[in-house]
Write a protein that binds this ligand. Structure first.
Ligand code: GMT
Length: 379
């Protein structure tokens, strides 16, 4: 089967998930064609003979304040579907991928061609951006025009049904992790450099958007540090980074925090972490937390969105109300207080991550592709 995957190529979870899915499918013999404006970040880590990347180029013109990406994307999709003879399109993140796919399909139908498409909802395409009145009619329409819809958590499915009038079933296919790549490796030399006195290491990974509440990470760290020696690793970059660095400086914590920026070898960094902090205002799933768990790192998070579907209270970590940083700090100290407790949480985190291993999840997508393609041919 030839599958077209459309996603954001950046460090965001939806792009990461889409790329990991494409790689896993190509390993299983499917021919996978990525269609997006840049090579997806996780695609350049090794060569896969069944993987293709088609770059969407958006020519500019002095008249354009906003170069029309969606138009360029729909045209590129139409070209790739025709020339590569794709069987199905899989869109990750509804905006603008689902409406561009609808458009591409309408173009192809004029020439006697056709293709089904699946839309996977990831999070803010529903919870923040998608339900904004500016986008909502197009989002609802194009989701309903999809031949199948999936959501990455039960919570996101419910949110979608609450926010939009959806006429089709929404299949929940949880996100997955490749535990062969995300695992704890021996990076003790690295740990020695960052925490020479055996300090506990806390870590946070995100794209530093407001929704991630990154200042909360620094506030939690400040509380923890009052009781135990600790260091904090901040991985990623985005709009809030400067503000957060400034906050760290103003609190006198800058020397204990490393802002590492965007990193590709996240698993190596997580290997030395004792605790992962994710204080998001909303999180449909929390792929970064799952990847941390796969490296044996317990999680302190909020109880927002789909996080309770992966973080088990008192076992793999703890959850608190959004913004309750003192509760999150107190819970962090419970986990970090002694080696034995920490060891138990680490073991439980890893066991939980294994429930979301890719071999349990990929077959669900494969089955859906087969059902959709078969149903489409019949109708
Ligand atoms: O919806 C977003 O904020 C973007 C998206 C991304 O590309 O980073 O993140 C969402 O999708 C991830 C992968 O499915 C989930 O793990 C994240 O929880 C989700 N983010 C939010 O809901 C804020």
């Amino acid at each position: 089967m030839k599958i077209g995957i459309v996603c954001y190529p950046t460090f965001g979870g939806s792009g990461v998930l889409a790329t990991e899915l494409g790689i896993a499918l190509s390993d299983k013999g499917y021919e996978v064609h990525f269609i997006t404006y840049e090579q997806p970040v996780r695609l350049n880590q090794s060569f896969h003979p069944n993987l293709y990347f088609h770059e969407v180029k958006v020519p500019t013109y002095p008249l354009f304040d906003f170069p029309p990406y969606e138009t360029a994307l729909a045209s590129t999709m139409a070209h790739v579907i025709t020339n590569q003879k794709l069987d199905i399109l899989h869109l990750h993140y509804a905006i603008p991928h689902a409406s561009a796919a609808y458009f591409a399909r309408q173009i192809l139908r004029k020439t006697g061609q056709d293709i089904p498409f699946i839309t996977t909802l990831h999070g803010t395409d529903i919870t923040l951006v998608g339900r904004d009145a500016t986008y909502a009619p197009v989002v609802a329409f194009s989701i309903n025009e999809s031949d199948a819809i999936t959501a990455v958590s039960d919570n996101l499915r419910e949110e979608t049904l609450r926010s939009f009038n959806i006429e089709k079933e929404i299949h929940v296919i949880h996100n997955f992790v490749d535990v062969k790549r995300f695992h704890q490796s021996d990076k003790n030399h690295f740990k020695q450099m960052l925490a020479p006195e055996g300090e506990r290491i806390l870590a946070h990974v995100s794209n530093f958007r407001t929704v991630k509440r990154v200042p909360d990470v620094v506030n939690i760290f400040a509380e923890v540090k009052k009781s135990i020696p600790a260091k904090l690793l901040m991985i990623g970059d985005g709009p809030e980074r400067q503000t957060v660095e400034e906050l760290a400086r103003s609190m006198g914590l800058y020397n204990d925090i490393r802002f590492l920026g965007k990193q590709e070898q996240i698993s190596e960094i997580l290997s030395i972490a004792d605790l992962f902090i994710l204080p998001s205002a909303t999180e449909s799933f929390g792929l970064s937390a799952l990847e941390a768990m796969a490296c044996g790192v317990p999680v302190i998070s909020t109880n927002a969105g789909g996080l309770p579907e992966i973080n088990i209270q008192g076992k793999t970590g703890f959850m608190s109300e959004v913004g309750n940083t003192s509760d999150m700090a107190a819970n962090a100290l419970k986990i970090l207080s002694d080696d034995n407790t920490l060891h138990h949480f680490k073991k439980a985190a890893l066991a939980q991550a294994r429930r979301f291993e890719k071999q349990h999840i990929i077959p669900q997508y494969e089955q859906l592709y087969k059902d959709v393609v078969a149903g489409y041919k019949r109708s």
